[in-house]
Design a protein around this ligand. Sequence first.
Ligand code: GAL
Length: 817
Amino acid sequence: MNKLFSLLCFVALSISSLCAQNINFNNSWKFYNNKAEGAENTSFDDSKWRDLNLPHDWAIEGPFDVKYNARAGGLPFHGTGWYRKHFKMDANAKGKVVSLEFEGAMYNAHVWVNGQFVGKRPYGYIGFEFDVSKYLKYDGSDNVVAVRLTPEDLSSRWYPGAGLYRSVWLKIDNPVHVKQWGTFITTPTVTSKIGVIQNETTVVNKSNINATVTVKQEYFNAENKLVATETEDITVKANGTAVSALYTKIKNPLIWDTETPHLYNAVTTIISGNEVLDTYKTRFGIRSIAYTKDGFFLNNKPIRFNGVCLHHDNGALGSAVYRRADERKLQIMKSMGVNAIRTSHNPPSREFLELCDELGLLVQDEAFDVWKMEKVPNGYNVFFEEWGARDIKDMVLRDRNHPSIVMWSIGNEIIEQKDKKNGWKTAKMLNDYVKELDRTRPTSAGFNNYSGPYDNNMAQQVDIAGVNYKPTKYSEIRENYPEMPLYGSETSSCTSSRGVYHLPIEKYKTHESKHVTSYDLIGPPWAYPPDVEFHFQEQNPHSMGEFIWTGFDYLGEPTPYGGKDNSTNGYWNADWPSHSSYFGAVDLCGFPKDRFYLYQSQWTTKPMIHLLPHWNWQGMEGQTIPVYCYTNCDSAELFVNGKSMGKRVKGKDLTELKVDFLRYEPKTFKSKYRLSWDVPYEAGTIKVVGYKNGKQILEKQINTAGKPAKVSLSVDREEINANGEDLAYITVRIEDKNGNLCPNADNLVNFSVKGAGELLAVDNGNQTSLESFQASHRKAFSGMCLAIVKASNTAGKITLYAKSKGLKSSKVDIVSK
Ligand code: GAL
């Protein structure tokens, strides 16, 4: 993956032999979604199989069906999927080391080359590679790689996706080359004057003779300017490995932090005589981290985690990795004030981590949701004994050069917390594996059981015990374990459906619509409103912060709906068609829910103000509507049709929340984090005005909308790259003739695309919608829906047309270059 293209080597050094090559292997696969007898064999006839390019998630194609488990998204992710790809090898590759690298294959991958079994890898979230040199034909005849995936039903607590959903590479190396994930760059000293870079590079020799080579390390800054070079000669024994450990000093380094995430590249060149055997690129950042009982420090500055937990799917795109989808997701999170991500509950894609490096987000990289003791019958527990060590080590090896990663998590809410005798032993084992490979970052785990893991010596095995859903215990934990750092590894789990408001607000934990009110008060029994966590974080200034559950809605786990049904199949279909989560501060489309603004009001300082609910309550004239304002202003005043409803001051005028789903006393919570008014409904306008230091600085107005009149479109970026994978996200609003959002509109919108792109997916964020993500139409939900357009490889204009019966249609142009 990190190899530079051979072309560079040829140009730079005019060498005769082939230098390392890293060939993207995503295109021209054959796919079949069922069992296929003999499909691993070269002679198998796959001519009728479907042609496709990767990344691919077959489950997202649907259809949704009650015969699948809503807990995993109500989509057909289990069964058998076969992928085959035909290719020819250059005769020059003979004698080289040829490997196939899969960045992730969901789930239970078995791989054959030319009919010969080359290896397997069950865990879908980890990358792996196989040396396939000896199975290949180099005489110009056909080679075929066949991959069988067999994701199991009841194997995941959320939507895992299915398929070759990350990139695949064909790597051609000289026998002596840098090992897969073979560099480890750390920065033991970081000051504004000096950055010390320590680089340990593992070189592998797959030949039968010892090799003495020069390892050259060159460091380039973001402008590609060479800033330092070191070299060392090492001998790599035949069929062995050797490590070159070099350090270098960089003067006045550009330090990586959350505001200015400066990056550097190390280019490692392996040279024998005047021949370049390999070039390998590692991107890294110069930064320091420290944890004390008083908090987390980045480059010696204290930072609190304003964090979110994120699952890996991207809604309508499923788990297939699109860089732009992850970039948009992370940008939306940053705009909420997020500075940290917990990759719940598995290692994310390479792209995701690269983006966190680039955007200056702090990451907790998490290995597992289970160890040996199961949460679901066919979960990873089935594989843990055989693969646990390998998988966690590979996570660290793969990811340890990312400056964004500041913590490793060895597990989430592991059932072994309850194992009084042996739970700690597995924790110790995993912790030791991580430490073997990286001593620069702390380990952690998310514990939801208090005081179990503290009592059974499990919490003591990691550097930092994470606390899930126990804000009322923070001070007790601090008293009992004064030296242990502390943070909320998973918090709140509040639920809502964008734009939906049920009254009276405290009544509906579940509602016949199977939506959840957006007054941000409802959640499952272990949950509590964001305000509660804000309060306890303030009360415990030593806490390193929190990771909310979750930043985005995700597919599956439709709590508080989707309880277990009465059948014995273990499905969560009691409230079908609910099939995706309500936990996000942002819905599945990436549209902010009200809660987004509650976090923004707490986590950002740029003045903002938000008002809820909508103001279309026809038939409820005169009845009381609670109106909430989320703001970081000092105070706010509400006007209804021009009449003041009074000023509310933050910190003084509290909003009483009836948090009767909170497990802990008190059952009501007086929140200083939201301002509120009880307003007798009359159609017209509500307006909130925000004041800072006595000055009016902001206002937000909501009008009662008239009848739907038009479809309005806006695109996230007017220019995208013509690279066959870049995306444009088009937000669709159903508006009245004056441009007001029609908050209850559910008009069906039909899409068509002309030009240099295609319609990739549609969505509306409705957790109960069974419409296909891949249709060319979508109903609006709370007045909005989304179209995702993918660029082709040809530059040109892309036009998306949106039509809806009885409404003025619309189009939007995108330039693809
Ligand atoms: C936690 C769990 C998460 C998710 C969440 C929902 O206990 O770690 O994966 O299930 O609950 O509130």
